[in-house]
Design a protein around this ligand. Structure first.
Ligand SMILES: *Cc1c(COP(=O)(O)O)cnc(C)c1O
Length: 391
């Protein structure tokens, strides 16, 4: 659906996706494949345009979390291999095969179910085995105690008819965290992953074509994850968020902007918004921006956050409402009705907003809601405006 309004909008700079991709690709080198994680609508940036750019740039693989996300990409001319990281109900195996989507397999029961369904569909399902080496989420449990038994199950899965095991992967739980403990933990995960691979290959007599474990933390801090494996799997870095992105010279893809749509003047001692948590201390010129928690502004940021105007940062005042919030423009008379403000992007980092909200940039990016139109830029020009509401 096309957007008509200039209310609050997200500018998605696809040139920055290109820049980030090329920078990361240069880092990992020619011998390692690149999977772009485009789940959750590319962390709020629009999975279709981002995937198209990655496809053009020669990325090797994409990953999403569900079959719905994968089929959406297929219906929009994405021909790259797509890996579903999460669980898919066995009833959907026929569609996985039909749309040539790769499925993660994280337990032996699923492997049997998928094999049976592939047989019924008279096709072959391409799979990547998921090993749990310490994330303690999904996957064949490959901790020190269970590794050997789990490898036997992995080998059992690999031998099932109707399944083609193309790859194996694991997910690193603390690769982006500082400190010796996290370093040891990550290295231990990598070591267990390697051991599981060596044993599964020896026992099955087959080789995994694509072995992968590097998320953002891996790509940023553990060269082994691209030097010793076949593919990396970053998400956050691709979008240019987080401290590692800054260190690596990557650029934030999304800038969230809004417009002052009204100005009010209040005397001192006026309580502002729900709950009256802010009281003016002086005659105040208050701007109203149509950006609230239903757009993805976190209410916990109320009265603590700043937004960037053409004249610099100003304070947000009072509780953030569902559809709007107030900003103090008393000291910036040149900022008026129709002025654009940036909530995060190039002038104010999403990382700072996340820190202030007590969360991670992932959550802030994913929270930008459906009613915020995405405006896509390529070579400095607008190439699309998309509103994710039902058209
Ligand atoms: C989300 C996800 C990634 C990407 O993580 P980032 O921290 O954004 O790089 C990689 N692998 C798996 C299994 C994931 O779920």
């Amino acid at each position: 659906m096309e957007s008509t309004l200039e209310r609050t909008w997200a500018e998605i700079d696809l040139d920055k996706v290109v820049h980030n991709y090329r920078t990361l690709k240069a880092r990992i080198g020619e011998n390692c494949k690149f999977l772009g994680v485009v789940k959750a609508d590319s962390y709020g940036s629009g999975s279709i345009p981002v995937s198209k750019v990655l496809q053009e740039e020669g990325a090797d693989y994409l990953a999403v979390s569900s079959i719905d996300e994968a089929i959406e990409l297929r219906k929009h001319d994405i021909t790259l291999p797509i890996l579903i990281l999460g669980h898919t109900p066995k009833e959907e195996v026929k569609n996985l095969i039909k749309y040539q989507i790769t499925q993660a397999v994280s337990c032996i029961e699923d492997a049997y179910d998928y094999s049976e369904e592939a047989g019924k569909a008279n096709g072959t399902l391409t799979i990547h085995i998921k090993a749990d080496t310490g994330m303690s989420r999904i996957g064949f449990l490959c901790n020190d105690e269970e590794l050997d038994a789990s490898v036997n199950q992995i080998v059992e899965a690999m031998a099932l008819p109707g399944l083609l095991t193309e790859g194996i992967f694991t997910h690193l739980a603390v690769s982006d965290e500082p400190g010796e403990f996290c370093k040891d933990y990550t290295n231990h995960q990598i070591a267990n992953f390697k051991e599981a691979i060596v044993k599964a290959e020896a026992r099955s007599g087959k080789k995994f074509a694509i072995r992968h474990c590097a998320n953002t933390g891996g790509v940023a801090r553990y060269p082994e994850t691209w030097l010793d494996f076949d593919m990396v799997r970053p998400g956050l870095l691709l979008y240019g968020y987080g401290e590692f992105a800054e260190e690596l010279g990557l650029k934030p893809v999304m800038a969230l902007k809004s417009k002052v749509y009204g100005i009010k003047h209040y005397p001192a001692d006026t309580r502002i918004s729900y709950g009256g948590i802010f009281t003016t201390k002086r005659p105040t010129r208050m701007g109203i921006i149509p950006y609230g928690y239903a757009d993805g502004f976190f209410r916990c940021l109320s009265n603590r956050v700043e937004v960037y105007t053409e004249s610099g940062l100003v304070n947000q005042r009072g509780k953030i409402c569902m559809d709007m919030c107030m900003i103090d423009l008393t000291d910036v008379p040149e900022v008026g009705e129709g002025s654009t403000v940036e909530i995060f992007g190039n002038l104010q980092s999403i990382n700072d907003i996340a820190a202030l909200a007590g969360t991670i940039p992932y959550e802030i990016a994913c929270a930008v809601s459906k009613r915020v139109p995405r405006i896509y830029y390529r070579n400095g020009e607008i190439v699309g405006k998309e509103l994710m509401l039902r058209g």
